[in-house]
Ligand binder design. Sequence first.
Ligand SMILES: Nc1ncnc2c1ncn2[C@@H]1O[C@H](COP(=O)(O)OP(=O)(O)O)[C@@H](O)[C@H]1O
Ligand SMILES: [Mg+2]
Length: 395
Amino acid sequence: MGGSVAGLCQSESRYADYELVRYFTAGGMADLYLVRSLQEGVSDRHLVLKRIQQRYLDHTHVVQLFLDEGRIAQTLTHPNIVQVVDVGEAEGNYYIAMEYIAGHDLVAIARRGIETGKFLPRPLAVGLVQQVAAGLAYAHTHTDSAGHPLSIVHCDISPGNIVVSWRGTAKIVDFGIARAAIALRKEDGVAGKYNYMAPEQIRGEDIDARADLFSLGVILWELTLGKRLFRGKPEIARHKVLEEPIPQPRDLSVDYPEELATIVMRLLERDRDRRYSSAAAVSADLRSFLRTTKGGWYKQDVALYLRDLFQSPPSESARDAEFGPLPSEEMVVAMPALAEAGGEIEIDPETSNIEQSVDGAPQPRAHLPRIFAWAVLLLAYLALLGALVLGARPE
Ligand SMILES: Nc1ncnc2c1ncn2[C@@H]1O[C@H](COP(=O)(O)OP(=O)(O)O)[C@@H](O)[C@H]1O
Ligand SMILES: [Mg+2]
């Protein structure tokens, strides 16, 4: 993300009905911009406009898929799915405009967690995955206005497609649109990204909602263990997903809860008939696990964790973040337990995925407690000084 306006004429300040605020990032087949609507009476909150890159405009099948799926995504309204607000054409190009989620995707959160030694604590990771499951449960069972099931499948549930807001809400991006990107890779003869893909999807079979559940299982496994599961270049990842034994969480982490391990492994069943059959069931099981977990989890905890991890939300984002007060500084400092998380994940810059490092098992690290230790020392010192001054005072 940065100031350059790649793919846009430098002087361009508006496109379709939108004012361009800044270039946001490049996606696989489209560029993303932060924009504001120029329409009368529409809120001036930031939106994200996703516009197909010029070089792909002649892939008519892919463009059609982008628009069709974008229109279906527009009918999805759920707190855990990014809201698409507009799909259209302008100046010979095509775009999708959607809600801007002020926050970070799971790739960035994992990366930052490793850099700072404060990897996402397990209950928080489970809470985020539970939210994604809730979003999937809604989309998978969504019907058209006549009540006919739309059989929506995301097709690319991966850490880069889950953005967590500063308030701690996890939202799925790229709903449906991922299909266009996958079609484009096929047309261009580029190998797929298999690291989060269900076996039946890799084999090119017809897929259903259960493919998304396998992908969700990979994310849950990785975020709760701090390791990559199917790591590597396409051919290696493909082999791992299809053939290699999937390590049992409890073999890697002695304190891994049995109930959670059962959920993860049921999501990761290669035979989809043995997998969870609905995202709603996954969401319910994760909820019940979290209820029994000491301390449970709250969105507020994620908000505080993110605040601590990235120090503070950028001012631009604060205005756009969901409603409600941001956690105060004192609360952030008062949550040392959140710092006690281990992780051996790093990011593969090429695939923008979470990567596993070569060495060792996750190690608990604590940074905030160090601040407390210093504070206690300082207080003790001041108390001693006070006592000396009082003691030395003449009668
Ligand atoms: N609506 C949004 N709000 C905030 N960030 C977003 C939004 N949509 C996408 N992003 C960020 O931009 C990145 C790329 O967008 P995405 O639509 O997933 O592109 P692609 O999958 O084609 O690479 C995402 O990984 C996410 O970090
Ligand atoms: Mg994406």
